[in-house]
Design a protein around this ligand. Structure first.
Ligand code: BES
Ligand code: MN
Ligand code: ZN
Length: 496
């Protein structure tokens, strides 16, 4: 889909969308079109439930030279923020494809009392449309043209198109990064296993990211036994992907991003039931988001020091797989009793986190993982669970999430929860407390691997990494949740 920004034309033709404020408030362009059409817009509104409320839309067909005229409700015009504008763009793109349209023009009039100027609004509408217009169809060999999305041209009409274009150019790297992550997360596990994930991440070297990949022999030498034990039942080699982007001030301690990359999670010997197990191909959504965020940070040439570390494994049952009851020594020196081989995410992450802290001495460490089914029970699919030892860090992450529409909800930690994972024969066990508070005990496990003085956050994205319904800016499937959140958090708090 091509995006273009252009100045107001003499007359509108084709498929046109205009914004309408709350209480049927027509903006200047809509008023002009309405006059041209002899009051058709007002009559259509009066004959419908459309009031201009946020999220509403109403389409008029065959009005003079306008094939389809879509009224887009924005609510109070001063309340249309960047995120709402993205949603609006996504809505238009979704409806245009559903209606088989090839081209659509959105008219962006100035909005009274709005903090954004029309150029920014137009750029955000375009971004939303582009984010919505993703499709993972590489394995479909028999699709007829009429089954494919039709939208080819998305035009924004705005008084200062040059300004809108400049804003949009700054936003564009996010689209590429989000699509990169959605591709990774969508791939089936026979295609995307740890070595293949690492190979695709090597592409980031072109952007100036230093990419290192540690194999099993190197991890063994270092003592990353807990991570390796998860992968030992798989014929696929485990990998540790280390990406660094050190383009900030020499004296700035880096920020660390950590991702869970279980390319497939069968549960191991504590095997999962068959129903829905195919979902576990996206148990690498955390690693996917971290890799996408590194790509975006590098594409923006951000003046900041960031490292991204992903633990990549496959969790399989096998004659060589780890058993429930096994005790394994982690890189930190602490020992772990593996009660349930399906609680594997925390196992690979504990060694990846320790490695990262030992080597990079980060000032802050944010880890993303599809860690627990319990977080879906708690929060559903609207918000990811946030756990942290630092309230200032939590607040900054929540603000970044709200800004990009990837919302977080802070969850508790505490010594009483921590005690639940004490083991009788080792320093800790990998599950405790039964199913109760399952996301919290998982986070407590991770916290035992946070070093003194490191601001740490764990974001459980099990409920948001994949969407079965989709939303305005995300078609159903992989969401790439976390890519924009991490980038926004880095941009707002660490760039010089
Ligand atoms: N990858 C799963 C968590 C998950 C579940 C992600 C559903 C996305 C959707 C994780 O490895 C897992 O199996 N967790 C167990 C932990 C339990 C054994 C303590 C779970 O949530 O059931
Ligand atoms: Mn599991
Ligand atoms: Zn898992």
């Amino acid at each position: 889909m091509k995006v273009a920004f252009s100045a107001f034309p003499k007359a509108f033709t084709g498929n046109v969308a205009v914004l309408v404020g709350a209480d049927k408030q027509l903006l200047p362009s809509a008023q002009a079109i309405d006059r041209e059409l002899g009051g058709a817009i007002k009559r259509a509104i009066d004959a419908s439930r459309f009031t201009g409320a946020k999220g509403q839309s109403l389409t008029l067909l065959g009005q003079a030279d306008i094939a389809r005229l879509t009224l887009l409700g924005i609510g109070k015009s001063r309340e249309l923020d960047a995120r709402a504008a993205e949603a609006l763009g996504g809505l238009v793109a979704g409806e245009a494809n559903a209606a088989g349209q090839k081209a659509v023009t959105v008219v962006v009039d100035p909005l009274k009392g709005n903090a954004l100027d029309p150029g920014q609004v137009a750029a955000r509408i375009a971004l939303g449309a582009q984010l919505r217009n993703y499709r993972f169809d590489k394995y479909k060999t028999k699709e007829k043209p009429e089954q494919k999305p039709t939208l080819e041209r998305f035009t924004l009409v705005v008084a200062a198109p040059g300004e809108a274009r400049r804003v949009h150019e700054k936003l564009e790297p996010a689209i590429d990064a989000v699509f990169f992550t959605r591709d990774l997360v969508s791939e089936p596990a026979n295609v995307l296993f740890p070595v293949e994930f690492a190979r695709r991440a090597r592409e980031l070297a072109k952007l100036g990211v230093k990419v290192e990949i540690l194999g099993e022999a190197q991890m063994k030498k270092l003592g990353m036994n807990v991570l390796l034990a998860v992968g030992q039942g798989s014929v696929r080699d485990s990998q540790l992907l280390v990406m660094s982007w050190m383009k900030g001030p020499k004296t700035q301690k880096p920020v660390a991003l950590i991702g869970k990359g279980v390319c497939f999670d069968t549960g191991g010997i504590s095997i999962k039931p068959a129903g829905g197990m195919e979902d576990m191909k996206w148990d690498m959504g955390g690693a996917g988001a971290v890799t996408g965020a590194m790509r975006l940070i590098a594409a923006r040439k951000a003046r900041v020091n960031v490292v991204g570390v992903c633990a990549l494994v496959e969790n399989m049952p096998d004659g060589n797989a780890q058993r429930p009851g096994d005790v394994v020594k982690s890189l930190s020196g602490q020992t772990v009793e593996v009660i349930n081989t399906d609680a594997e995410g925390r196992l690979i992450l504990c060694d990846a986190m320790w490695y990262t802290q030992d080597r990079f001495k980060p000032q802050a460490m944010v880890e993303l993982s599809t860690l627990t089914g319990a977080i879906i029970v708690a929060l559903g699919h609207e918000r990811a669970g946030l756990f942290s030892n630092d309230t200032a860090l939590s607040n900054k992450l929540r603000a970044a999430g709200t800004a990009v529409g990837e919302k977080l909800w802070r969850m508790p930690l505490g010594p009483k929860y921590d005690k639940l994972i004490d083991s009788d024969i080792a320093d800790m066990k990998n599950v405790g407390g039964g199913r109760d508070g399952g996301s919290i005990t998982a986070a407590q496990f991770l916290q035992r691997f946070v070093q003194e003085g490191v601001a740490w956050a764990h974001i459980d994205i099990a409920g948001v990494a994949w969407s079965t319904k989709g939303n305005e800016t995300t078609p159903k499937g992989a969401t790439a949740f976390g890519v924009r959140l991490l980038d926004e958090w880095v941009a707002e708090n660490f760039e010089r």
